[in-house]
Ligand binder design. Structure first.
Ligand code: FE2
Ligand code: FE2
Length: 137
């Protein structure tokens, strides 16, 4: 059973960002399902590293996108991304120290990130864009 399935509530109204959010969801679910199947060690760390890569790339793309539509909340949003990446690195470091054994706290963090960040924080730039936000030159 996956950590979280795609649902219409995760639709931020920008297809390119929805696509990347689905990639993050897939990478998260791979980590979650692998943990449930007893995967640990280097195999688990490679899956967590892949989730980190997909996420880092997405944040960079999303920040470029917010700049391109001159979204007024972009600075605060970038600060939140930086905090998420730093929290992710802390969880990843703790899991590596435990030989790739995932923690409940890690999955709670991922779950909250998806449900709160995408539904509420990301959603706002989509609303801005779909209200006809000013395009950057
Ligand atoms: Fe975001
Ligand atoms: Fe996002």
């Amino acid at each position: 059973m996956p950590l979280m399935n795609w649902s219409p509530e995760l639709d931020v109204g920008v297809e390119a960002m929805n696509h990347e959010h689905r990639q993050i969801l897939d990478a998260m679910n791979d980590v979650f399902d692998s943990d449930a199947a007893g995967v640990t060690g280097a195999t688990m760390m490679a899956k967590i590293a892949r989730l980190g890569e997909v996420t880092t790339r997405h944040f960079a793309d999303e920040e470029r996108y917010m700049d391109s539509i001159a979204y007024p909340g972009r600075d605060g949003h970038k600060t939140i991304h930086a905090k998420l990446l730093s929290d992710f690195a802390k969880h990843s470091g703790a899991i590596e120290a435990a030989d790739g054994k995932c923690t409940r706290e890690f999955f709670q963090f991922l779950n909250l990130w998806l449900s709160a960040h995408i539904k509420h924080i990301d959603r706002k730039y989509g609303d801005h864009a779909n209200r006809g936000g000013v395009k950057a030159a």
